[in-house]
Design a protein around this ligand. Structure first.
Ligand SMILES: Cc1cc2nc3c(=O)[nH]c(=O)nc-3n(C[C@H](O)[C@H](O)[C@H](O)COP(=O)(O)OP(=O)(O)OC[C@H]3O[C@@H](n4cnc5c(N)ncnc54)[C@H](O)[C@@H]3O)c2cc1C
Length: 392
């Protein structure tokens, strides 16, 4: 508490609010408002990333030597809350939210010094190559092979559901370098330059209308051995560490509470009073999530990583978010139905059918069904919790 009092947390909150008020342009706010999934478009995300970088606030939790702010846990949470209120376009999580912590935990100094500044500046845009057509929940069944040849590996195989591979110039990838008794052994964590000859990307269109994922095929792709993170055959350790950050490295309750506030206002204006009991019940559950998130953040601060409780946060936050997107769609009534990509693309400059807030609701609802699948399905998270948290 002394630390909080000394730093003057309310003064800090004001500083953060001022920053958002001046740094967020109308275009960036509109990019956020018209998002149809958890991602915004590439240009808006990168523009906001550069603004945060210039302010020195892009990676609060990282060590100061690599761009961290040195903020206390409370300051980081205040920043997350104010960010949720201000509504900037989100920064793509694959580099900064996932690979960054993994390199900080398991990379060599040379890898950290080379890749982290490039990641922050946006010179590199990363995607995550874990899943394969025959290896999703059972990730250890992965079969994309990397065979040593001189100073390189030669990679052959297929990755699928790779978010933003069509924008990315690099992929952190799991490859099979050997077969041992346990399938987790013989998996290697490899950094791949996607501009290398032999890489092809095939975008996948979802029924929500969005194209955010790709299938990526490797045909005799040469990758230098120095691009291994951790040790050969022992990439599973890096993988598990990274997944904890993917599943529970952030704070989702502040954003959910903001969206619930928006929904209450919308439902009141639309006269959808019958929805209110369910909205309030949801709000109570999100407040409970907030308490758990704060506890897990404190734990992460103490131990350096979110740990298996990340699975609990992933299940809770995605299920609450899905309930919320269902209620938000219901509140729109018929106006949720028209598919209006031209209004989404024009970010409000074109006249919508019905209220502007209804334009993205159906697309977001459908896209959000994937939240309980990506990052490891919620059934798998429950298995992890039963083993590693409950000890069953
Ligand atoms: C929108 C989206 C974005 C994604 N982005 C990426 C990405 O960037 N990079 C990447 O590598 N992957 C990505 N994925 C892939 C994602 O990680 C996988 O879809 C997920 O791990 C599930 O694997 P699967 O699709 O092969 O389903 P399966 O593994 O075939 O599972 C099918 C069903 O069976 C259930 N099931 C399977 N095994 C068990 C079990 N042991 N116990 C209980 N239930 C079980 C699952 O919960 C699921 O409901 C993305 C997926 C989506 C939908």
């Amino acid at each position: 508490m002394a630390d909080i009092d000394n730093r003057g947390i309310e003064a800090f909150r004001e500083e953060v609010r001022d920053f958002f008020a001046t740094a967020l342009t109308d275009e960036l706010r509109a990019a956020r408002r018209y998002m149809t999934s958890v991602y915004c478009d590439y240009d808006a995300g990168m523009a906001w990333q550069r603004i945060l970088l210039d302010r020195g606030w892009l990676v609060p939790s990282w060590p100061k030597a690599y761009g961290g702010t040195g903020w206390s846990l409370t300051e980081r949470y205040v920043f997350a809350c104010e960010s949720a209120k201000a509504g900037p376009p989100p920064v793509s999580p694959m580099g900064i939210g996932m690979l960054g912590p993994a390199l900080l935990g398991h990379g060599t100094d040379a890898q950290k010094d080379y890749y982290l500044p490039r990641m922050l500046r946006g010179d590199d845009f990363w995607c995550q190559g874990y899943s394969e057509p025959q290896a999703g929940s059972d990730l250890a069944a992965l079969d994309c092979r990397a065979v040593r040849d001189g100073d390189d590996y030669v990679v052959n195989g297929t990755k699928i559901w790779t978010t933003h591979a069509h924008y990315a110039n690099r992929m952190f990838c799991l490859v099979r370098t050997g077969r041992f008794d346990r399938p987790q052994q013989g998996v290697t964590f490899l950094l791949i330059d996607l501009d290398t000859p032999g890489v092809s990307r095939h975008p996948i269109r979802f029924f929500s209308g969005d194209t955010e994922q790709c299938q990526v095929v490797f045909d005799n792709v040469r990758v230098p051995q120095e691009n291994v993170v951790g040790r050969e055959h022992e990439g599973w350790t890096v993988t598990k560490y990274l997944l904890e950050f993917e599943r529970g490295g952030g704070a989702s309750a502040p954003g959910l509470l903001e969206s619930i506030g928006d929904l209450k206002r919308f439902a009141a204006e639309a006269g959808a009073d019958d929805l209110m009991p369910r909205v309030l019940a949801l709000e109570t559950r999100v407040l409970a999530l907030e308490a758990i998130e704060l506890r897990c953040l404190a734990e992460a601060e103490r131990t350096g990583s979110p740990g298996p409780s990340a699975s609990m946060l992933k299940v809770q936050s995605t299920e609450l978010s899905q309930t919320l997107s269902g209620l938000a769609l219901e509140a729109c009534g018929w106006y949720g139905l028209p598919w209006q990509p031209e209004v989404v693309d024009a970010r409000g400059a074109a006249e919508p059918v019905g209220p502007a807030a209804a334009v993205t609701r159906a697309t977001f609802y459908f896209n959000n069904r994937a939240a309980s699948i990506y990052g490891g399905s919620n059934e798998i998270q429950r298995n992890i919790m039963s083993r590693h948290v409950l000890g069953l």
